[in-house]
Design a protein around this ligand. Structure first.
Ligand SMILES: Cc1ncc(COP(=O)(O)O)c(C=O)c1O
Length: 457
């Protein structure tokens, strides 16, 4: 790294003066410098002071799955931009056609890709399709969409209406009508004591459907592994029952793979661990590892066919467009991203390194009483911190943030659930790139070990 800190002091001043950063209170920047990231290579990033960090959260929000500095992605994007940067998505593009084909080959049963530019927008497309199907087939009645407590589906008002995280939603209402919450399925904080919690939690969805009226419910939107709501891997038996319930009441199943999609959990998609058959799958972050903005809403031929049935009716097809869904940099980057995952066998690596991460965290749990629960799938892991193991009283959020801060000071960037559930932003999150080595994983958990010792003793 050849950065001299003062070289970009003008950038820091410009940032302080003109940029409004995401999800952060800005008052502290009146006396300290905002963080500006300037370079990345593999698993490591350098900030404007020249400090090196091991990135255990893939760009902060679980995105840079193949790591930084991938020349072949940059070259593919550059070549594509010179050849044809953009044309509206009502026409096709070379990388768009190729990537859609390659993607659906890895998603048996799914056949159609609708391009958008963010995870929120991809989810909005599925919501709109579910609503339009309700109008086409059920006179508009079967329009309600169920979502789960603790899940997050994006930043728009409709996505917040489907959001199960009160601290993301508060003060942004009134919300879009027709979205209804079902209970969470985090066994560590089970709502009841029961032998088969997975089945119980899924049955709560059926309770909600019966309460609302099955003829009013058109869709169910779930994360395969809840991300920002606390890294929640659904319990055994949950998904089988969810699928049965959807089939029983003719409800379209929408899986939000914005975080888990394209390798994060060790399979191409999180839902593929459970043998379920979704009607819609949305994805964003890992699709091109952040090298270009791309998101996809993928569905089945059965859904697709419903929108071309009445060719003479000008209102019957999907009347929707996303301007930047026509950018070709996205699918050009996504094609290379997919090839890298395959050629470097990163799915297998994710499973192996994820197992190592869980084993390391479980060893820390033996040592630190503050770790109440360790959970995760592939390279998406969480450690929930509690003040008291017996009562499971959550750890003080300031202390959880102090752990994150101490790791940062040690040069390791870890995450924690943030402004999601009141009093329950107490889960440390780890989602390093899929290229992680055993040494990287050990370095991450060693930093956590030191930070926990410092903050809690
Ligand atoms: C599960 C999930 N869905 C949707 C989104 C929204 O994606 P985007 O920020 O690209 O709109 C996020 C963002 O973190 C997410 O975690």
């Amino acid at each position: 790294m050849a950065i001299v800190p003062n070289d970009i002091s003008d950038v820091i001043e410009a940032d302080r003066k003109s940029v409004w950063h995401h999800l952060i209170q800005h008052k502290p920047f009146e006396s300290i410098d905002p963080r500006v990231m300037v370079e990345g290579k593999g698993m490591r990033v350098w900030d404007a002071t020249g400090k090196e960090h091991l990135d255990a959260v893939s760009g902060g929000v679980w995105t840079v799955n193949v790591g930084y500095g991938r020349e072949r992605i940059a070259n593919a994007v550059r070549d594509q931009l010179l050849q044809m940067p953009y044309f509206a998505g009502s026409a096709g593009s070379i990388p768009g056609a190729k990537f859609a084909e390659k993607l659906t080959e890895r998603m048996p049963g799914m056949t159609r890709v609708y391009y958008t530019n963010s995870g929120s927008e991809a989810n909005e497309k599925a919501f709109k399709m579910i609503r339009q199907i309700a109008h086409k087939k059920y006179g508009g009645k079967k329009h309600k969409i169920l979502f789960r407590e603790r899940d997050y589906h994006g930043t728009t008002i409709a996505c917040l209406s489907a959001g199960g995280q009160p601290e993301r939603n508060a003060q942004y209402g009134p919300y879009t009508p027709g979205f209804v919450e079902v209970p969470h399925c985090l066994e560590y904080r089970a709502q009841v004591e029961t032998e088969n919690y997975g089945e119980w939690a899924a049955n709560q969805i059926e309770e909600v459907i019966l309460r609302e009226g099955p003829d009013t419910v058109g869709g169910l939107c779930l994360e395969p592994v809840t991300a920002g709501g606390g890294v929640i891997v659904p319990p055994k038996g949950y998904w089988e029952r969810v699928q049965e319930i959807c089939e029983k009441y003719d409800i379209l199943l929408h899986i939000d793979e914005v975080v888990c999609g394209v390798g994060r959990t060790g399979t191409w998609f999180g839902y593929q661990h459970y043998g379920i058959k979704p009607d819609f799958v949305t994805m964003a972050k890992g699709v091109a590892s952040g090298y270009a903005a791309i998101a996809c809403m993928v569905t089945t031929e059965k859904v697709f066919d419903m929108f071309k049935e009445d060719a003479d009716d000008p209102m019957s097809y999907f009347r929707d467009i996303s301007t930047f869904g026509g950018c070709t940099a996205g699918p050009a980057a996504a094609l290379e991203n997919l090839a890298i995952i395959e050629e470097e066998e990163l799915l297998a690596n994710t499973t192996a390194m994820g197992d190592r991460m869980i084993a390391n965290l479980k060893a820390l749990q033996e040592k630190h009483r503050v770790i109440g629960d360790v959970r995760g799938k592939g390279l998406f892991c969480g450690a929930e911190l509690v003040a008291d193991r017996a009562t499971k009283e959550p750890a003080d959020e300031k202390k959880v943030q102090a752990v994150v801060g101490d790791c940062m000071a040690q040069g390791v960037i870890v995450g924690a659930t943030n402004r999601s559930l009141p009093g329950l932003n107490n889960t440390l999150c780890f989602s390093p790139a899929l290229i992680s080595t055993a040494d990287d994983i050990d370095q991450i958990t060693m930093a956590v070990d030191k930070a926990l010792t410092k903050v809690f003793s």
